[in-house]
Design a protein around this ligand. Structure first.
Ligand code: CIZ
Ligand code: SF4
Length: 319
């Protein structure tokens, strides 16, 4: 409508004036994803968001996503201004893993290598040996396992269990979870699949083990989008945040995408397949941040520098 068109035009002008580029996560609104692409930014998962922002020459990075994504951008780009539409956009995984408790966990197992998921605070990353995203977690853990290391893993217990299963590594798991993925239900998924027997089932590994067991493809957001694009199936059942459907429809316009069920019949779900913190991002807040400044990500230098080392290990491993 008119307001959206006006807002988008205003944001584009402000971004140009401030030499800013927008990076948006697949789980944010279609408006933000479209705007990022129209203005030369990018839409992707947290690993690619970090890479893109790092390589881009803009002085200001605007990160539409959740706090750990803004922090990762700042960690890799201390000289840039990093802004977010809403600094209160958090993540249940990050919230479940306070830095002091994580440090005590590491101190209790000094002989183990610590691996943390990207969905953690800068302070947790600073304490960890390795940072991983879901797309590369299994590969890095297999590598560490082959080298003979025993591991500590935080904070997502489902991703941790999955990685432990596929790698065979000795891992002690933190017990965090994602409010969105934890809500997917295996029994209801079986029923839906029985009604759509030709559909491929795509599952993000933050989902419970019983849901992962029903998957044709287990992968990061980027890997699941690639599956929709390349598999011959006409129908897909997708167990991840439904914000991803925007990009999936774009890359595979003829295909039918169904949401994996989040609760049994009659039950209620907390998040209904959409992250409440991702939903805090919007055009109006983005315009306000550009107009009034504020919402800048700042990280104490000693923490930033140490977190950069553990993130850089992943980036170097990934190339
Ligand atoms: O669930 C998330 O927040 C994901 C999938 C983040 C990411 O790595 O893109
Ligand atoms: Fe965190 Fe889950 Fe939201 Fe991703 S979808 S930001 S893991 S709460």
């Amino acid at each position: 409508d008119d307001e959206r068109v006006e807002l988008k035009a205003r944001i584009k002008r402000l971004m140009k004036e401030q030499d800013a580029v927008l990076v948006a996560h697949y789980y944010t609104s279609g408006d933000l994803q479209d705007l990022a692409e129209e203005t030369g930014g990018c839409v992707s998962d947290s690993l690619e968001m970090a890479r893109f922002g790092h390589a881009h020459p803009a002085k200001t990075l605007i990160v539409a996503g959740v706090k750990f994504m803004g922090e990762t951008s700042k960690i890799l780009n201390p000289e840039k201004r990093v802004l977010m539409p809403d600094l209160a956009a958090d993540c249940s995984l990050d919230l479940a893993c306070p830095a002091d408790e994580f440090a005590a966990f590491c101190d209790a197992y000094p002989d183990r290598v610590s691996v943390v998921y990207a969905n953690t605070s800068a302070a947790v990353k600073a304490r960890a040996d390795w940072v991983v995203t879901s797309g590369i977690a299994a590969k890095i853990v297999k590598h560490l396992h082959r080298q003979g290391h025993k591991l500590l893993w935080a904070p997502d217990r489902h991703l941790g269990e999955y990685v432990r299963r596929v790698s065979g590594a000795d891992m002690i798991l933190w017990q965090g979870s994602c409010v969105v993925h934890e809500a997917f239900k295996a029994e209801a998924l079986k029923k839906l699949h029985a009604e759509h027997p030709d559909a491929a089932v795509l599952v993000h590994p933050e989902s419970p083990e019983s849901v992962i067991a029903l998957a044709d493809v287990v992968g990061s957001t980027t890997q699941l989008i690639e599956a929709v694009r390349t598999l011959p199936n006409r129908e897909f059942i997708v167990a991840t945040d439904n914000g991803i459907f925007h990009k999936m429809h774009e890359v595979a316009p003829g295909k039918i995408l169904l949401e994996a069920p989040t609760a049994g019949v009659g039950a209620t779900c907390q998040s209904c397949a959409h992250c409440p913190w991702m939903a805090m991002n919007g055009l109006r807040k983005l315009a306000a941040v550009l107009e009034h400044g504020g919402n800048e990500i700042l990280i104490e230098e000693s923490i930033r520098a140490r977190a950069a080392v553990s993130i850089q290990r992943m980036l170097d491993f990934a190339v």
